[in-house]
Design a binder for this molecule. Structure first.
Ligand code: MN
Length: 260
């Protein structure tokens, strides 16, 4: 089995190497991850400047498989695309993480962790984004155990659905975690605050995502599962068409080119 591991916290993030360690018994591991932290850049790709890839030495002992690691001078999406299309080639699994900080609800749309996994999903590879819900003192051991178990199941012939699996864990030891819930995507957890400032010459705005929105805790959502100390697994897919609005939009647009 061939596995590409990527992230948005950067190639030096301990979470990435915890994922490598957890999966190295499963097959050949390849790493392609941004050379610096890139959280919150979503699905961004770098199209207007060239990107460099530098081979780096993994900080963990080499396991059963081959571990080749690249630091990419670009976004999480760039890293995954470059890995799959050039540096590594087709894989059996893409893992993005283990991220420091939750990626829940509609906020997945700006998540670099999910953005990287999306590039695997869009190419038809089973893809997992995995995050632990704390940016400080992040505990990786349960997430690593979960990846190890998944890797074992896949090696034994089980398959993943064609969806992108968004996995979030509470930042707790195993004995504090209540279990695993398969969930739906909740609402936005954070809104934007805009601060005004000046650099001495010009004024600027600074967008920060620190307005907690307290998304309504619907019964099945990922936000609710995490709040209650469950591990949340949400299968995602990219079907963005708003079917409910098709006829209304047709009514508005079908006559726009008619000359009166
Ligand atoms: Mn991150």
């Amino acid at each position: 089995m061939k596995i590409l591991i990527t992230n948005d916290d950067g190639v030096e993030s301990p979470g990435l190497w915890a994922a490598v360690d957890a999966l190295k018994g499963t097959g050949d591991i390849y790493v392609a991850a941004p050379d610096r932290e890139q959280s919150g850049v979503g699905t961004a790709l770098t199209l207007h400047i060239p990107i460099r890839a530098k081979e780096v030495t993994p900080p963990v002992a080499k396991g059963a498989g081959e571990i080749k690691a690249y630091a990419i001078e670009g976004t999480p999406g760039d890293s995954c695309v470059l890995g799959l299309e050039k540096l590594v080639g087709p894989v059996d699994l893409v893992v993005s993480g283990i991220n420091q900080g939750a990626n829940l609800g509609e906020d997945v749309l700006i998540s670099g962790t999910v953005g990287a996994a999306l590039q695997g999903h869009l190419r038809g590879y089973p893809s997992i984004a995995i995050s632990v819900a704390s940016v400080r003192n992040t505990r990786y051991e349960v997430a690593a155990a979960l990846l190890e178990s998944l890797g074992r199941q896949l090696a034994d012939g089980k398959t993943l659905p064609p969806s992108l699996l968004n996995v979030n864990l509470p930042n707790e030891p195993l004995d504090k975690i209540k279990g695993v819930q398969v969930t739906t995507l909740g609402g936005r957890s954070y809104g934007e605050n805009i601060k005004d400032g000046s650099d001495g010459r010009r004024s600027y705005y600074w967008i920060s995502r620190d307005k907690f929105l307290n998304p309504s805790p619907r019964e099945t959502t990922d936000n609710k599962a995490l709040k209650e100390n469950f591990i949340s697994v949400t299968p995602l897919r990219i079907t963005l068409t708003d079917h409910d609005s098709l006829s209304q939009v047709e009514d508005l647009f079908m006559g726009v080119l008619d000359r009166k």
